[in-house]
Design a protein around this ligand. Structure first.
Ligand SMILES: [Mg+2]
Length: 364
């Protein structure tokens, strides 16, 4: 089998209601989609936070055998000048082709699934331009619990007054038994992250995500030692080298690679192996279209509990609850959470069919 054609699509979906994390207001959602065609009539789909250049496509992909996944990854990275984010979409599309060629879902090619559905956490609770954000957050969190979620994650990083007031309110709204995590999106420096972490810790938080900038290894180690709660991060890191020191020096309790940023399945398996060798938990980040959603489900299904015990800490899947038609409409059959669980797609490859009308509607 040979690759005959590679197309890229930069999708943009304008949000009905903008929302903010600690860094910025979001007015639209974006996705970099890669379509790879072969002379066997099989088409693969991938998503990356960026897309490969035409030069990389011409020199590293056209005419190559899609089964040579490791070779293609390394050629794109070392000779093609592509970063892991741009390779991610290609890598996911190649695994989609392999699965379709072998009539197997990707999770089976990766070694088999430990679960056929993922326990999920509702990822939302952003800041919005409303007069009483606290009441809005409490209502939103309660709605997630009513939908059957046993875990939720909220955004912080907006300053001490906002964070303390709203984390306390959301904890009160969901009750004592729901898992609650907070995500600061790199909003603080080390001293502030520790100070605010100490002030919100009384709310029984499951993890504190990205308190500081992504690559400050010593800062993460310092925060982790100072606080009595799990520290998570890594969603923006690209390639195994970016994760190495944070994992080996134990900057995190929970490593959160994104399959569409870190380098696709091929690279994420290596990052997960490195985390496993250092006894750290991997709970992938997910923030994208139907393609990234399906890809993350396939990968996370293959990650064992750590440690594997009678009552393991659940392998929580990040289920994005925000409005995004690239996630809900790009696949012909939407992937939904049912009573707080998300099923692993069972068809060959990614197990989804792409709706080309939706693809074209949001292509810019
Ligand atoms: Mg995050």
């Amino acid at each position: 089998m040979k690759i005959t054609e590679v197309k890229t699509y930069n999708l943009r979906y304008p949000l009905v209601q903008p929302f903010a994390n600690s860094q910025t207001w979001s007015k639209a959602r974006r996705a970099g989609i890669v379509e790879i065609r072969t002379d066997a009539g099989i088409t693969g789909w991938g998503e990356g936070s960026s897309t490969p250049s035409q030069a990389a496509i011409d020199t590293c992909l056209i005419g190559k055998d899609p089964f040579d996944i490791e070779v293609i990854w390394n050629t794109m990275h070392q000779r093609g000048g592509s970063n892991p984010a741009a390779i991610s979409g290609v890598d996911i599309a190649l695994w989609d082709i392999l699965g379709k060629a072998l009539d197997q879902p990707i999770y089976r090619l990766l070694g088999g699934a430990f679960r056929d559905r993922m326990p999920a956490y509702a990822s939302g609770l952003f800041k919005k331009a409303v007069p009483d954000i606290t009441q809005i957050l409490m209502d939103e969190a309660k709605a997630y619990v009513d939908q059957g979620f046993s875990a939720v994650k909220m955004k912080i990083g907006f300053g001490e007054a906002y964070d303390v007031k709203n984390v306390t309110a959301v904890r009160r709204a969901v009750g004592d038994t729901i898992i609650l995590a907070v995500d600061a999106n790199c909003g603080y420096d080390v001293g502030t992250a520790i100070d605010i972490g100490q002030k919100i810790a009384a709310n029984d938080l499951f993890w504190y995500e990205e308190p500081i900038t992504t690559d400050d290894v010593d800062g993460y180690v310092e925060i982790r030692r100072a606080l009595n709660m799990r520290i998570a991060g890594g969603e923006g890191l690209q390639g195994r080298w970016a994760f190495r020191d944070l994992i080996q020096k134990r900057g995190y309790d929970i490593v959160q690679p994104d399959v569409s940023i870190a380098g696709g399945f091929t690279e994420c398996r290596k990052i997960a192996a490195m985390a496993s060798a250092n006894h750290l938990r991997v709970l992938p980040h997910m923030w994208g279209s139907s393609i990234r959603l399906a890809a993350t489900l396939h990968w996370q299904a293959t990650i064992p509990d750590a440690p594997e015990v009678l009552n393991p800490i659940p392998s929580l899947f990040e289920f994005d609850m925000t409005e995004n038609r690239l996630r809900t409409d790009l696949a012909e059959v939407p992937i939904r959470a049912v009573e707080g669980y998300v099923p692993i797609p069972q068809g060959p490859g990614l197990g989804i069919e792409i709706n080309r009308a939706v693809l074209e509607r949001y292509a810019s």
